[in-house]
Design a protein around this ligand. Structure first.
Ligand code: BG6
Length: 478
């Protein structure tokens, strides 16, 4: 129990993404996405899992939203599949796609749940990839804005909170550097920065349009933020920490908040010959949009340790733990700058993700000092193996402990002056983890399915009741 309380209007929430929950991959006119294609390549996902059925939210959204209402959820963050709105990325709007999201929004509002919409959570229309290479071409910018404007016009009276991009740093890194996400390119650093630049411009143009169409709405991007700690007080490691933050964090957050790239990193990339070209027009656009964003969206899972990495040290590519077998992930780094060893002071999950509740407060304070922006925690949660007992109970006390510790730190962050509007756990129901199949569970609601299939029935985990009490008490039960 804590003395602290979240404000009455605090948005206690939970989040999801279209590809990971909806299924119905070919229904009602939906087009093919880059992910629909990518998962067909053998070996790309855990046990070849796909989102063709996912957890069938497309057909069960009423049941899922009724469960959210029973829990007392204040906001539900979900993403819209671009391919449901424009099966080929642009052209004629697919009205049944719009209707599906209209229904979700109405269902939320009926239960007093504030819808929070993510425009892009990684599923790009395949038609645009085939036509001009998707994010690799600047043509994507106008198609993205056009798609966003259709949604703003359609939902302007109902949706107040909008997120342009989910984890631009992750989908570009995994897409163009490590080949783990579509388009599956490896070590294409030059294109990686080009693609990011296009995504920044698409975000920026969208923000400006948004302010014309929904002047009272709130918009920002969601960034996968991993704050860092230097391994010790040796200045060489402190320098590595700065280099890490500039290259892995501020490269994105500075553009969203200030409209410019961090100078030292830009210089470093220029010397390597991979810095993106920024025209005067780009710079003006990024800056104008940065002045208009309303919050920094943060997906927080873990912190990193920064340690100096000599020129002959570890490289950026290493084994990633996608099996849940502890200790199978490898340490990576950038030779000459930093490497990211594990933190000896902290525990890890079965997927080798560092568990650091205080890091969430650290993240909030860093953003508050550096950007002075309100914060929406758009994701935070624990991926774990869950067991359903014979009488359909799921005793996920480890998830409760994880979330409880994080919420406590968030309440402290607020108490210490951070302006936090929302906290969305990842996720409400169990869902498909892009690379880790169905066995890595995050939800308050257990979904009876595994890599092979299942009944798709829903069961409340113990954490469901825990969060319900937290919400009801404004956090007093933490
Ligand atoms: C974030 C994504 O990276 O983390 C989600 O926005 C994702 O889509 C979540 O599912 C958890 O990651 P993972 O790899 O455990 O599914």
């Amino acid at each position: 129990m804590t003395e602290l309380r979240m404000p009455k209007d605090f948005l206690w929430g939970s989040a999801s993404a279209a590809y990971q929950i909806e299924g119905a991959h070919k229904e009602d006119g939906k087009g093919t996405s880059n992910w629909d294609e990518f998962v067909q390549i053998p070996g790309k996902t855990f046990k070849e899992t796909t989102g063709e059925v996912a957890v069938d939210h497309y057909h069960r959204y009423k049941e899922d939203i009724a469960l959210m209402a029973e829990m007392g959820l204040k906001t539900y963050r979900f993403s819209i599949a671009w391919t449901r709105i424009f099966p080929n990325g642009r052209g004629e709007v697919n009205e049944s796609g719009l209707e599906f999201y209209q229904n979700i929004i109405d269902e939320c509002l009926k239960h007093g749940i504030e819808p929070m919409v993510t425009l892009y959570h990684w599923d790009l229309p395949q038609a645009l990839v085939e036509e001009y290479g998707g994010w690799e071409s600047e043509q994507v910018i106008d198609d993205y804005v056009n798609y966003a404007v259709v949604l703003f016009d359609a939902f302007k009276d109902k949706v107040k909170y909008w997120i342009t991009m989910n984890e631009q740093n992750i989908f570009t890194t995994l897409g163009w550097m490590t080949a783990q996400h579509p388009p599956g390119k490896f070590d294409n650093e030059k294109m990686y920065y080009v693609v990011n630049h296009h995504a920044f411009l698409a975000h920026a143009k969208t923000v400006l349009k948004f302010k014309e169409i929904i002047p009272d709405g709130k918009i920002g991007a969601s960034f996968a933020y991993s704050p860092s700690y230097a391994i010790n007080a040796d200045p060489i490691h402190a320098m590595s920490k700065i280099d890490f933050d500039n290259l892995k964090n501020f490269w994105w957050m500075d553009v969203y908040a200030y409209g410019r790239y961090p100078k030292n990193t830009y210089r470093y990339l220029e010397k390597k010959g991979v810095a993106p070209t920024v025209t005067a027009e780009d710079a003006a656009l990024l800056e104008a949009a940065a002045k208009q964003i309303d919050f920094m969206g943060v997906n927080y899972y873990q912190t990193s340790v920064a340690e100096y990495n000599p020129l002959d040290g570890v490289g950026p590519y290493g084994e990633m733990n996608t099996s849940g077998k502890k200790g199978t992930g490898e340490i990576t780094g950038i030779p000459g700058l930093f490497k990211n060893p594990s933190n000896p002071h902290l525990e890890t999950t079965d997927w080798d993700w560092t568990i650091d509740p205080m890091g969430l407060r650290y993240a909030c304070k860093e953003i508050t000092s550096r950007y002075n922006l309100p914060i929406i925690i758009s994701e935070n949660g624990l991926g774990a193996f869950d067991d359903k007992t014979e009488d359909n109970q799921i005793h996920d006390d480890y998830r409760i402990a994880y979330l409880n510790a994080h919420v406590y730190e968030l309440m402290k962050a607020v108490d210490e002056g951070c302006d936090v509007w929302a906290y969305c756990t990842w996720s409400f129901t169990d869902l498909l983890s892009w690379l880790n199949g169905y066995q890595k569970r995050y939800g308050f609601i257990y979904v009876d399915r595994d890599e092979e299939g299942g009944s798709l029935d829903r069961y409340k985990k113990d954490s469901f009741y825990w969060y319900k009490d937290v919400i009801k008490s404004d956090g007093a039960t933490i």
